[in-house]
Design a protein around this ligand. Sequence first.
Ligand code: NAD
Length: 494
Amino acid sequence: DFAGGEIFVRITVLGLGYVGAVAAAALARDGHQVLGVDVDPAKVERYRRAEVPFYEPGLDELVREGVAAGRLRFALAGEVEPGQLGDFVFVAVGTPSRATGAADLSQVEAALAWVAERVRRGRPAGAGVLRAGEAVDPQGGAGSSDGVGAADRVAMAGTEATAGTVWPAAAGGLRAPIVVVKSTVPPGTGRRLARRYLAPLGLAYVANPEFLREGSAVHDWFHPDRVVVGSEERAAAERVAALFAGYGAPVLVTDTTTAEMVKYGANAFLATKISFINELANMCDRVGADVEEVARGIGLDPRIGSQFLRAGLGYGGSCFPKDVAALDHLARVYDYPFELLRAVIAVNARQRLLPLYALREVFGSLAGVPVAVLGLAFKPNTDDVREAPALDLIPLLVEEGAEVRAADPQAVERARAVLPGEVRLTPSALEALDGARAVVLATEWDAFVRLDWEEAARRMDEPRFVFDGRNALDPARMAALGFRYRGVGRGRQR
Ligand code: NAD
């Protein structure tokens, strides 16, 4: 009865967004008893019916399976009793950007305070932490009710089934639960928050950054490239790593801040790759080269690698923009001018406006021009529209008077909430293209790439201008069908 190298354990997952829901369902599949917790009653209600409140391929099935097996349960944060936290509490709440670019840590702080409060309530008054080799004071100890200080070093003898119980597997005297932070937090955060919320209760903090990608999150969870666990308490980090031992990935055990920096380093590097190829693409447009061939040519060098060398409208989504901004902000806080990162951000911000510049060039004024935008999600196979290029572009087109219609197979509902009311939204590309004079491909959904472009040409009006923001269409074929095609860095059609 081993799962991933660790005996089946009880796990609470706090925050049931993309990361938390995948974590909860996947850990239940591994055989653990998992309690998924969120503060959003509507979400919890849907999970209880074994439904996933967002689109992520394969996740519905995993959740249904866990619920049916009785290993995956859900609760609202307020309903969870102290004794129910289990051996590990995974924190997977959001860390959005503040206006300054800094990471907003309020959800993480609330989550840690929530854990601390439950652990404290689960312990009899005056009881506290038992460290390896420390004696248990049968009187329960005297004093400090805030859980700090000498009195806190006295354990509650004989109390079972509270969150403060010493679990058999907790070698080295560590106490359940171990708090595992999957949320992306700026380097230095974990040490600071651990001191504030967990150390007084003797709870260990383990940074365990998550690298899964939306759209292939379930696959990514079970097939990680590496597992990174960082803590000031090595034994705790190793217990967390043991949960993932069955996944066969290299494990990196580091201190907390280093683990946090691995996540930011990875995302900043990937963002840099994208901005770099986009800079090359813009140069290709000027000198008349084809960036697709250039990317192939440089990507075959294993030191460079072919992934993340796709020129286009740049990166979006819930992670890259905010994580890069947070690292940039952190650099400012430390009075370090991270010049390269600033350029990465500036290039990306400009890149998503390329269709606007191209449309102005083709039509002069956009007033009254019917323009179709294909793709609202920030990438294919997700309904996530956070920081999606289309959502920056569309309001600008509307401001210039274009008559905008937009299509997306999954993201229409989410986009509707944030787009101007006059934009017509539909899941059907052909419907959006009806009577349009121009089309911007903003997300390379398979359904768009494989669209019946012959039929699209029939439905559209002159000049049938296509701005292929993802270099996903075949320029020669599009030209043959009567479109006026423009990609990113594929040489201008003059
Ligand atoms: P999300 O916004 O989709 O989900 C966060 C969830 O947490 C929401 O359901 C929210 O209701 C809930 N929540 C907020 N406060 C809470 C609290 N105090 N207690 C319990 N639940 C609470 O976020 P996400 O996309 O899943 O990302 C979570 C974290 O993981 C972020 O830090 C993100 O940077 C990181 N991450 C995300 C991805 C990704 O692809 N989405 C990948 C790697 C890392």
